[in-house]
Write a protein that binds this ligand. Sequence first.
Ligand code: CAA
Length: 291
Amino acid sequence: MTIKKIGVIGAGQMGSGIAHVCALSSYDVGLYDVSTDKIEEGLATINGNMARQVKSEKISEADRKAALERIAPYSSFEQFGDVDLVIESAIEDEDVKRKIFNDLCPHLKPDAMIGSNTSSISITRLAAGTDRPERFMGIHFMNPVPVMELVELIRGIATADEIFQEVREFVGTMDKSVAVAEDFPAFIVNRVLLPMINEAVYTLYEGVGSVEAIDKAMKLGANHPMGPLELADFIGLDTCLSIMQVLFDGLADSKYRPCPLLVKYVEAGWLGRKTNRGFYDYRGETPVPTR
Ligand code: CAA
């Protein structure tokens, strides 16, 4: 296997989780974000989550220390010259991702591979905007990355078989399981999960149940680890909305219409846990429903 060094773009919730699992699996990692503050925050998150794993004896203190030493902060794409695989995990905005690939590609070695952690955008379209569509594919991790076992792998129309196999092998080295999805809007997990979350928001919007009732119903009635509204806050309401928009636009079916209440929360900047307010208010000791 040729993958030894990974470049992760985006030190947010997903990017920091990806850097975390790569470093724990002995890969060298360069973690890039647009500001040193964001990289520092990402590194602090990784440190904290690894400490949780030490506490619950999933990893040793020596593993944590060694993994942290494998992660280098990257402040420029020029530092990506010796990276074997880039995993892009920037915000779910196609223009932003395209600009990143445009600025990044000239600095990569010719045989470097690119994976996007997009949760819904066409891999074929993103790949077409790079100088290496055959070495580009979707590598979609689930949140929280250190805990969730699944990684969805998505081939673009041009992805070479050997690249797909190499990435599949790489994912296997991190103790993750692969589900292969075709390149259609939102792939598998989000194609099924997000309409369920959107429907939960409609259930709230139409007054069928309160935030608490909806979450309790799905936790105790369907054995989900989190209720759909709690999960929406966890994923980020802006991300939920953009995935619904991709489904609505890409499949042209009214059943994917984003709930107006979801739109309103995003317009208010109440994006869930990351802004301390969404369907719950997280500013106090225990989360309080906002409706
Ligand atoms: N890093 C490391 N460890 C973590 C962690 C993190 N970020 N978050 C939780 N953990 C660990 C905890 O330390 C704990 O470990 P032990 O059991 O060894 O003590 C374990 O995970 C369980 O955590 P908690 O006890 O804190 O809480 P919990 O039992 O409620 O589990 C949860 C938390 C794992 C997040 C669980 O609620 C869950 O599975 N929720 C659903 C998550 C989900 O559906 N994710 C998919 C979202 S969709 C997506 O990601 C795709 C997309 O593109 C939008």
